[in-house]
Design a protein around this ligand. Structure first.
Ligand code: VGL
Ligand code: ZN
Length: 213
């Protein structure tokens, strides 16, 4: 069984949002064209309480982009984004989100960030994604979403570590490049650890992808 895993395709990560990923919105039509090719579609939502420790505003005298250590774990400080229940935390309005079977919420604990769709950054708490996929008999995941160098990367690496076959949809991801080269490094690391990159065109041409009925 295969599943499509859509990572954080939310308004705040698109241009005009609170933590915009350059061209983040460009992946939406691409994802929409392949979403029907999968029997199972799961999406993660970055879903922070307002007092989340990843927000610079919650650290006195710290600015966005600075790094702090929380329980010994490096944390980049971000602008306030994807606050639970706010418009910015909604899926991009053009995403065919009615096709999504399951939403996994992450980053809900104010004290720890969760880049991966599977675990928080300390790997203390699972989000429920692994249990859900296992329950459905999923062995292979196709990943698209935002951002290549954060949540996509960590979701892919955890997926590989958990034993899934992991495909990354190369034109279905966009990154932040906080430090130029971050995206390239993230792609290299995912490939090195065993992720296979495929284009949305490859998926559309594959047997599993029939015309939407
Ligand atoms: C993300 C930074 C902070 C992401 C989430 O979805 O990649 N990046 N929170
Ligand atoms: Zn976040």
């Amino acid at each position: 069984m295969e599943a499509l895993v859509l990572v954080d395709i939310q308004i705040d990560f698109c241009p005009g949002g609170a933590l915009p990923v350059p061209e983040g919105d460009k992946i939406v039509p691409i994802v929409n064209e392949i979403i029907h090719c999968f029997n199972l579609k799961v999406a993660t939502k970055d879903w922070h309480p307002r007092d989340h420790k990843s927000f610079a505003i919650n650290h006195p005298n710290k600015k966005v982009g600075e790094i702090v250590y929380i329980d010994g774990v490096e944390q980049v400080l971000w602008p306030v984004h994807c606050v639970q229940g706010t418009p910015g935390a909604e899926f991009h309005p053009e995403l065919k989100s009615d096709k999504i079977d399951k939403i996994i919420y992450k980053g809900t604990d104010p004290n720890i960030d969760s880049y991966s769709g599977f675990f928080d950054n300390l790997r203390k708490r699972a989000t429920g994604l692994d249990d859900f996929l296992k329950e459905k008999g999923v062995k292979t995941i196709y990943v698209a979403g935002l951002a290549t160098d954060y949540c996509v990367k960590y979701t892919v690496l955890d997926g590989l570590e958990l034993g899934y076959n992991v495909y990354v949809i190369s034109d279905g991801i966009k990154g932040i490049d906080l430090n130029p080269g971050d995206i390239e490094k993230a792609v290299a690391e995912m490939k090195e650890k065993g992720a296979i990159f495929v284009s949305s065109e490859d998926i559309k041409n594959s047997a599993k992808c029939r015309e939407p009925s």
